[in-house]
Ligand binder design. Structure first.
Ligand SMILES: Cc1ncc(COP(=O)(O)O)c(C=O)c1O
Length: 392
C-alpha cells in the first residue's frame, strides 16, 4: 500500500502513474540530498560518486530491458525526447520508414516533420479489429530504401501489446533496424532488447516504471554505431574540442543530466525488481478485467478492442453512445471525483481507424495503487452517466 492522502479515484495512469511509491520518492530525496552534484564533471570525490551512481543506473536499466550494453543506455527527458533523438539520429536523406497507425504523436510528428522537410518518406500499416498489427504487413511495406521500422509496443489508446519479438526477428532477417516505442510497456511487461533483436528502444520513467517525470531513455543494441546526435554541447569529455564526442553514451547526451530523475529511476527499478513486474501487472489486469466486465454489462457503452485482454496493458477505451467523451470525463470528475483521460490521446490515427474522430473516447487506465473499490465506484458512475446522459 502507498500511504498517501485520499484524492480522486485516479484512472489516468497511462498519462502518468500517480501516486508514485513513497519509498521511491523518499529514497530519491535522501540520495539527491547526499550526492546531488554534477555527475562526471568535477575531479572531486562527490562528482565521482554521482557519476558512479549514474553508471550503476545505466547497468540496472540495461539489465531490466534485456540489454548487455550499459554504455548504450542513453538518458533523455522522456519517451518523446528519446524517440526524437532516435528517429532523427537513425535516418538520412532519402530514407524510407515503415511505421503503424497505432503510433503516438511522439512518433508520428517527428516522421511528419522529416517528410515535410523532404528528408524521408514513410508508410503506416494498419491494425486489425482487435488492435494488433500483423508483422507480415510491416514486412510487406519494407522497400529497398527502408532504413527504419518504428512500432509502439503497447497502444496508449487500446492497450494492445504488439508482437515485438516476431517483428524484431523479421526486421532483422530483412536487415532493417527496429525502433520500439516502449512508453506504455516499460515497467508493465518484460522487455528483451537483445533477445528480440531491437535496434533501439525508447522508454519513459514516469508511467509504469513509477519514476518521477523528466527522465526517460533510449536502449540501443550493443553494436549500434549508425546513430548521429542531433544536439551538441557539454559532456565533460574532451572539452577543448569543437566536436561533440563520438563515445557512447555521451554521443547522444548533451548538457547536465537529470540526476534527480536518474536517482528516481534507480529507485523505481529497485521497487519493480522487488515487487516483480509480472505480479504488479497481473493485479492491474485483474482490476481492468473487472472494469471491462462491468462496463460491458451497461447498456449504451461501446468498448474498443477489449474482448480479449491477454497481450494487453492495464487500460481500456470506451464511449457512452450519444455523448461527447469530454462530457463524460467532465461528469466523472465533477460529480464522481474520478480522473480519466478523454479525447484522442495524442494518437489521432487510432481514432480515425476506430471511427471515433474527432471526439475520441474515454480512457480508463489502472495503476499499482488502484483498488477494487475504485473500479466499483467507476462502474456505478458509468451506469448513472449512461442511464441519464447516453442513448441506450
Ligand atoms: C505510446 C506513447 N508513446 C510516447 C509517449 C510519450 O511519452 P512522454 O510524454 O513521457 O514523452 C506516450 C505518452 O503518453 C505514449 O503513450
Amino acid at each position: 500500500m502507498n500511504d498517501m492522502p485520499a484524492g480522486p479515484v485516479y484512472l489516468d495512469n497511462a498519462a502518468t502513474t500517480f501516486p508514485k511509491p513513497v519509498s521511491v520518492l523518499e529514497k530519491a530525496m535522501e540520495t539527491y540530498r547526499r550526492i546531488g552534484v554534477s555527475p562526471g564533471r568535477g575531479g572531486y570525490d562527490l562528482a565521482a560518486e554521482a557519476e558512479e551512481f549514474v553508471r550503476e543506473t545505466r547497468r540496472k536499466a540495461a539489465r531490466f530491458f534485456g540489454s548487455s550494453a550499459p554504455d548504450r543506455v542513453i538518458f533523455t527527458g522522456n519517451a518523446t525526447d528519446a524517440l526524437n533523438i532516435a528517429i532523427q539520429g537513425m535516418l538520412h536523406p532519402g530514407d524510407h520508414v515503415v511505421s503503424t497507425r497505432l503510433e503516438h504523436n511522439s512518433v508520428l510528428r517527428p516522421l511528419y516533420h522529416l517528410r515535410q522537410k523532404r528528408i524521408i518518406e514513410y508508410d503506416l500499416v494498419p491494425f486489425d479489429g482487435k488492435g494488433f498489427v500483423d508483422p507480415a504487413d510491416i514486412i510487406a511495406a519494407i522497400r529497398p530504401d527502408t532504413k527504419l521500422v518504428v512500432v509502439t509496443h503497447a497502444s496508449n489508446v487500446l492497450g494492445t501489446v504488439q508482437p515485438i519479438r516476431e517483428i524484431g526477428r523479421r526486421c532483422a532477417e530483412h536487415g532493417v533496424p527496429l525502433l520500439v516505442d516502449a512508453a506504455q510497456s516499460a515497467g508493465a511487461v518484460p522487455i528483451d532488447v537483445d533477445g528480440w533483436q531491437v535496434a533501439a528502444l525508447a522508454f519513459t520513467g514516469h508511467k509504469s516504471m513509477l519514476a518521477p517525470t523528466g527522465i526517460g531513455g533510449i536502449v540501443l543494441a550493443g553494436q549500434t554505431e549508425d546513430i548521429e546526435p542531433s544536439r551538441f554541447g557539454g559532456t565533460g569529455i574532451d572539452s577543448a574540442s569543437p566536436v561533440h564526442t563520438r563515445d557512447f553514451p555521451y554521443r547522444l547526451e548533451a548538457g547536465t543530466l537529470n540526476l534527480l530523475g536518474i536517482i528516481g529511476l534507480s529507485g523505481s527499478l529497485d521497487y519493480l525488481g522487488e515487487a516483480g513486474i509480472e505480479a504488479v501487472h497481473a493485479r492491474e489486469m485483474e482490476l481492468v478485467t473487472k472494469l471491462r466486465d462491468g462496463l460491458s454489462l451497461i447498456t449504451g457503452i461501446d468498448l474498443y478492442c477489449a474482448e480479449d485482454l491477454s497481450d494487453h496493458v492495464a487500460l481500456l477505451t470506451a464511449n457512452v453512445r450519444g455523448m461527447d467523451p469530454h462530457d463524460v470525463g467532465a461528469i466523472l470528475d465533477a460529480d464522481f471525483n474520478i480522473a480519466v483521460r478523454t479525447g484522442v490521446h495524442c494518437a489521432p490515427l487510432v481514432h480515425e481507424s476506430l471511427d471515433t474522430s474527432p471526439g475520441g473516447s474515454v480512457r480508463f487506465s489502472v495503476g499499482p495503487f488502484n483498488t477494487g473499490s475504485d473500479i466499483d465506484l467507476t462502474l456505478e458512475a458509468m451506469k448513472e452517466i449512461a442511464r441519464h446522459g447516453g442513448k441506450g
